[in-house]
Design a protein around this ligand. Structure first.
Ligand SMILES: [Zn+2]
Length: 99
């Protein structure tokens, strides 16, 4: 997990999503409405079944196959979507590109 932590800002770096391949274990967050104005975010773990461009089919236990956009998937060893949402993600590389 530490390889994702940025030494400059202390936040987590986004994973390299170009490396996904079938059979990889990934996590993603699914939002489910729990009422009229409320929703709950849940972290799901699944296995990549098929990759079609940026749409990745992930097989999730008890849910079956889910189509998830590449940008919403995290490798199993990455901190996970909820951590990024809470901590914010590192933008240092982004800044370097801009500079
Ligand atoms: Zn950083």
């Amino acid at each position: 997990m530490s390889e994702y932590k940025c030494t400059d800002c202390g936040k987590y770096k986004q994973p390299d999503r170009t490396k996904f391949s079938p059979g990889d274990t990934v996590t993603f967050s699914m939002t489910r409405a729990t009422g009229r104005d409320t929703a709950r975010s849940m972290l799901k773990t699944g296995k990549i079944e098929q990759i079609d461009g940026d749409i990745i089919t992930v097989k999730v236990a008890r849910l079956g196959a889910k189509e998830v956009h590449r940008s919403r998937l995290y490798p199993e060893d990455a901190p996970g979507a909820l951590t990024y949402a809470l901590m914010g993600s590192c933008k240092c590389d982004f800044k370097k590109v801009e500079a």
